[in-house]
Ligand binder design. Structure first.
Ligand SMILES: *[C@@H]1O[C@H](CO)[C@@H](O)[C@H](O)[C@H]1NC(C)=O
Ligand SMILES: *[C@@H]1O[C@H](CO)[C@@H](O)[C@H](O)[C@H]1NC(C)=O
Ligand SMILES: *[C@@H]1O[C@H](CO)[C@@H](O)[C@H](O)[C@H]1NC(C)=O
Ligand SMILES: *[C@@H]1O[C@H](CO)[C@@H](O)[C@H](O)[C@H]1NC(C)=O
Ligand SMILES: *[C@@H]1O[C@H](CO)[C@@H](O)[C@H](O)[C@H]1NC(C)=O
Ligand SMILES: *[C@H]1O[C@H](CO)[C@@H](O)[C@H](O)[C@H]1NC(C)=O
Length: 518
């Protein structure tokens, strides 16, 4: 395993200026319900830079199952109603949460796939995600050491008994793969790029089960030697990334703590209950971070399924020892369709409005009945847009996709937990495919800048359309609308100050509308 990792390391990150492609999607049909857009080292469709038109005009971007990909439309905002039966009214006086951002995870697997491309194609891929011509992600989740999307099992401190972390060291996956790519992403970004880190497992020698996988938690109890060492491990991680000029906006308290409570869990995990997580943050992680040079790095608790809310938040945040160290609550999207958002997310927000909610992981193709990559699936783009809109309408402030890129088999993944990604790399052909999910995320990430504030939308009739509206810091309204149903419908959007935008949204499509308010 180790040798194949080192082979990848030989490839360095080239800084090649890729030419900006045309706006046309190079559509390829792989037999799913829609198409992918293929990109190579010299050609890639890109959304380009967006200039919002003058007051009184609107600009729209449409993506659809039928094949539109961020297709532009524009026109005047009209003084009179069109008489359309359905009207969406933006209500700017109803104000809700502010947006932090959107992004994906730089897993070992994502980095390996991106680096498997030629320097030119690799640069195209990074530009697609991060540059002002691309979809302008401003969040990257960085796994701390290995997870299932690695090709081997490791942590940064695998010397047994090394409680002082003398032998703590980043892996070649960090120094040769993830870090150079994150640095390049940062250089391509026009706006601040926010990093947050999540650990999957503590070193085996700190754990009750002596292994990175399976059911296990930290030995001893909060305040004890293992718990303190595990908190210091986070500080050491921040220090080491700091050597590469990478600083972190936030840390999570660990990926899916509930997984480490399950018997025979098949990949890296560290079990916490809400109570043990509370105590570890109160006595170890919180004080360690607070007294370190990284006191500004925020802490997100949970980093797990929303079904655990609001109970998890109540246990942790109602304890005043812990509450002062914590800033947000991270949620994953698995099982969302069975778990209402209002009684989990919105309830948590109303109980603890001073803590933000942030979506920290999502991917398609993870269930046993619909497993792996489906090149061109529009259904999966809709699943993404539906979940993002539902989250945003329930106080979530940002949304993080899982692997930034995978191979056509949905890996690599050492435990064969293959899933899908918005970008699939085919290194044999030196191309990558931008899936419908990529465009689904674009409808949010490109337009909802940090600081955008959600505002109200009211509908004149019950409708199957899903929507969310925002007022951006530059005074632009951003309205995102999803139609998951089978027929077209006309409707109009009403800005009570400016007038009416007549529009249609085709069946199975996503529309983002923008217009200036002053
Ligand atoms: C990339 O794709 C474009 C469009 O099909 C093609 O013209 C060009 O030759 C390709 N470049 C490479 C290096 O294959
Ligand atoms: C808008 O409606 C008003 C009142 O019904 C009418 O006088 C006016 O001509 C209409 N304007 C347009 C552009 O249709
Ligand atoms: C650090 O690693 C070296 C080499 O593997 C080993 O000899 C030494 O005992 C380790 N130190 C600690 C404190 O574990
Ligand atoms: C970090 O940034 C400083 C100041 O911008 C620069 O001098 C230094 O070379 C950078 N170090 C690395 C490792 O990139
Ligand atoms: C867990 O693994 C052990 C050893 O392989 C096996 O005996 C046991 O039945 C497994 N338990 C469950 C719940 O799968
Ligand atoms: C799309 O949704 C509407 C629901 O409003 C549904 O009646 C119609 O059938 C589909 N199309 C659209 C755009 O709404």
């Amino acid at each position: 395993m180790k040798e194949s990792v080192l082979l990848f390391c030989v490839v360095s990150v080239g800084i090649v200026t890729a030419s900006r492609g045309s706006d046309q999607c190079w559509a390829v049909n792989f037999g799913q319900d829609s198409v992918v857009c293929q990109c190579n080292s010299t050609y890639c469709d890109s959304v380009g830079q967006v200039v919002v038109p003058v007051l009184g005009q609107y600009l729209g971007f449409l993506s659809s199952k039928a094949g539109s990909r961020l297709e532009r439309r524009h026109g005047p905002i009209q003084p009179n109603s069109t008489g359309a039966v359905l009207r969406l009214t933006v209500v700017p006086d109803q104000k809700y949460q502010r947006i932090k951002g959107f992004g994906g995870a730089m897993t070992d697997a994502a980095a390996m796939n991106i680096l498997s491309l030629s320097p030119g194609a690799r640069e195209q891929l990074l530009q697609q995600y991060f540059s002002p011509d691309g979809i302008e992600y401003n969040v990257i989740r960085v796994p701390m050491a290995s997870c299932d999307f690695s090709t081997r099992l490791y942590t940064y401190a695998d010397s047994p008994g090394d409680y002082q972390l003398h032998n703590f060291s980043l892996a070649p996956e960090d120094t040769q793969m993830k870090i150079p790519l994150i640095q390049r992403a940062q250089a391509l970004s026009q706006r601040p790029l926010y990093l947050f880190a999540s650990a999957w497992s503590a070193p085996a020698w700190l754990k009750t089960n002596g292994a990175l996988t399976g059911k296990g938690s930290l030995k001893g109890k909060a305040g004890g030697r293992e718990h303190k060492t595990w908190a210091q491990y986070y500080i050491r991680f921040l220090e080491e990334y700091g050597r590469y000029n990478l600083s972190f906006w936030a840390l999570t308290t660990g990926n899916e703590p509930s997984a480490g409570q399950m018997t025979n869990y098949s990949f890296q995990a560290l079990g916490f209950t809400a109570e043990t997580q509370r105590d570890w943050v109160a006595m170890d992680l919180g004080p360690a971070l607070h007294s370190s040079p990284y006191a500004k790095t925020q802490i997100m608790i949970l980093d797990d399924q929303r079904i655990l809310l609001p109970r998890w938040a109540k246990v942790v945040l109602s304890d005043i020892r812990v509450a002062r160290y914590v800033h947000g609550v991270g949620v994953h999207w698995y099982y969302d369709r069975f778990v209402p958002a209002d009684i989990t997310l919105a309830t948590t927000h109303h109980l603890y409005p001073e803590y933000y909610l942030f979506a920290t992981e999502a991917c398609a193709g993870w269930t046993s009945f619909d497993r792996g990559v489906r090149l061109g699936s529009w259904k999966r783009a809709e699943d993404y847009a539906h979940d993002i809109i539902e989250d945003l309408n329930n106080y979530v402030t940002g949304w993080t996709d899982w692997n930034l890129a995978l191979d056509p088999g949905g890996g690599p993944n050492w435990v064969k937990n293959f899933v899908d990604s918005p970008v699939i790399v085919d290194k044999g052909r030196d191309v990558f495919y931008k899936q419908p999910m990529f465009y689904s995320l674009a409808h949010f990430s490109k337009f909802l800048w940090e600081g955008s504030q959600r505002v109200g939308v009211s509908t004149s009739h019950h409708t199957a359309l899903e929507s969310s509206a925002f007022l951006r810091p530059d005074g632009t309204v951003v309205l995102i609308i999803l139609n998951r149903s089978d027929s077209d419908i006309e409707f109009e959007v009403w800005d009570q100050t400016l007038g009416y935008i007549p529009t249609t949204i085709p069946q199975h499509s996503i529309l983002t509308l923008l217009w200036k308010t002053h």
